[in-house]
Design a protein around this ligand. Structure first.
Ligand code: NG6
Ligand code: CA
Length: 515
């Protein structure tokens, strides 16, 4: 798989005369719930994203990029390990609460650990959502918060534990909660209301932004009710309207401190996940309401990162990868008018379904790669699953990853570096809520019937029969041909039963593979 760095970088001339190859710095900007149609370079007209558009124009933009799962934790697990999350036997990597234990085994050869072996500094800023603590004892937010990112390959982290809609809403730098007053310790529960603050159920009038469904009506923090209950930690609680600024400040500081390189920085943006709060000056800037505004905020964050790279003279030799952890969603627990304000905007670009689902709208995501020194600008129709980043980046930096370690990750570096148009990924498994799976092979997409996933994870505030939510309940197996039916509208299983049977068999074979 991985050839030597010199070969990958395409250096010519004798070894003696060739300049020492410089490994690229690597920055992954991973948005949260950004849909396939949410950026102007992917067709949005009601949302302006000039900075991301520039990244796309100067880089390689993928039309067939996939998140490994249509929810955050399993998707990020796959990105960092090169393994489909649903292979994990105990499945402790489904959507995690803020007090859940770390779901990646400490010491595992992860993507950042692999890059560290190649001499990289490795940092993560922003969303984590892969659990903290060993699971033996409850994670202690008042003491050393570990194991976490630092135990699975990162040298530095400045993260929030789970989602912005889950307690505790605090920043963690390396092993410590930032700004914690020891006299006001943090107590967290997802079971009983241990808090002394009102909940959204008791005092919906204290929700200053918008109302919430039952699941999101736990402790009210900063005028927004969350999932779970939080007591204490007042000085450490983040302000929603400062999150993007903090992500930018901490990311830029990391770039400055590691400018001699090589470095790997993962930036987990919080937008456009709920609860959506636009920071000034992005209040009301888009033509499709709050959700559009916070996507324009993503564009600003991206622009700030790019400017910092430029200022530090790092632009040419930095590989920037921008994508999303899963597809778009409108209503996700908060009545923030995202649906009502759409104004014709299509978050999934017209693809069927939403976050949580194995339809394309849940899994197909924007994917842009830019590295001026090596990547020729263009548009690629290669199937590229974020699970491939581990082997692909290993290929780029000349590291070898044993197939057992990252079993589902393919080295697609030739697509980035040599513009190969040969399909290097022929199939991909897609993963949705309640462990629903689907298989895409070439243009064919097969979705087995499933009885389990009825509500699509929308919670009680949403009606699962509402066509907007395209519930994940699939009563009959589905077969689509994406070449002429990209929106998965027409089930052609009756016309192609043998195709469906072959894909079902192939899905089973992939599922049962042992390493
Ligand atoms: C769901 C939450 C949703 C969101 C999601 C995680 C309910 C009903 N819904 O369980 O609001 O937090 O988890 O999103 O609790 S993700 O993008 O991080 O996967
Ligand atoms: Ca997400």
């Amino acid at each position: 798989m991985a050839t030597g760095l010199g070969a990958v970088l395409g250096l010519t001339g004798s070894v003696d005369s060739a300049p020492a190859p410089l490994p690229p710095n690597i920055v992954i900007i991973l948005a949260d719930d950004l849909g396939y149609g949410d950026l102007s370079c992917y067709g949005a007209t009601k949302i302006k994203t000039p900075n991301v558009d520039r990244l796309a124009a100067e880089g390689l933009r993928f039309t067939q990029g996939y998140a490994p799962s249509s929810t955050c934790t399993p998707s990020r697990f796959s990105l960092l390990t090169g393994e489909y999350a649903w292979r994990q036997k105990d499945r402790k990597n489904s959507i995690l609460n803020g007090d859940a234990p770390l779901c990646i085994e400490p010491g595992r050869l992860t993507l950042p650990a692999m890059l560290r072996n190649a001499g990289y500094s490795t940092g993560i800023v922003g969303k984590w959502h892969l659990g903290l603590g060993d699971g033996q004892t409850p994670v202690d937010f008042n003491g050393e918060v570990k194991p976490g990112p630092l135990e699975v390959g990162f040298d530095y982290c400045y993260i929030i534990p789970a989602t912005v809609d889950r307690v505790p809403g605090v920043w963690i730098e390396n092993h410590r909660v930032v700004g914690l007053d020891p006299a006001d310790p943090i107590i967290v529960s997802y079971v009983t209301n241990i808090s002394d603050t009102p909940t959204g159920l008791q005092r919906p009038d204290l929700n200053t932004h918008y109302g919430a469904d039952k699941q999101h009506s736990g402790s009210i923090v900063n005028g927004i009710s969350r999932i779970g209950y939080l007591k204490g930690g007042h000085a450490a609680r983040f302000k929603d309207e400062d999150l993007a600024k903090t992500v930018v400040a901490k990311s830029v500081a990391y770039l400055e401190q590691h400018q001699t390189g090589p470095f790997f920085l993962e930036i987990g943006l919080f937008e456009p996940h709920v609860p959506r709060v636009a920071e000034a000056p992005f209040v009301g800037t888009s033509q499709c309401g709050l959700r559009g505004d916070v996507i324009e905020q993503i564009d600003w964050e991206t622009g700030e990162i790019m400017q910092a790279l430029k200022r530090l003279n790092l632009e040419t030799n930095t590989l920037v990868i921008l994508s999303s952890d899963n597809g778009a969603i409108l209503f996700d627990g908060y009545y923030d008018h995202s649906f009502e304000d759409l104004n014709g905007h299509q978050p999934t670009g017209g693809l069927r379904g939403w976050k949580y689902l194995v339809f394309e709208g849940g899994c197909r995501v924007p994917l842009i790669t830019r590295w001026p020194a090596r990547i020729k600008p263009g548009v690629s129709g290669q199937m590229f699953n974020l699970v491939d980043l581990m082997a692909t980046l290993a290929g780029i930096v000349g590291q070898t990853v044993p197939p057992k370690v990252a079993p589902d990750s393919l080295d697609l570096s030739p697509v980035l570096l040599e513009q190969t148009t040969n399909q290097l990924r022929h199939n991909t498994v897609l993963h949705g809520i309640s462990d629903t799976l689907a298989l895409r092979v070439g243009d064919w997409k097969y979705i087995p019937a499933n009885a389990k996933a009825k509500s699509g994870g929308m919670g009680k505030g949403a009606n699962p029969d509402d066509p907007r939510f395209a519930a994940s309940h699939v009563t009959q197996p589905l077969l689509f041909n994406l070449a002429n039916d990209p929106d998965e509208k027409t089930n052609v299983i009756a016309q192609h039963p043998e195709k469906a049977a072959a894909l079902q068999q192939q899905l089973e074979t992939i599922r049962r593979r042992r390493f």
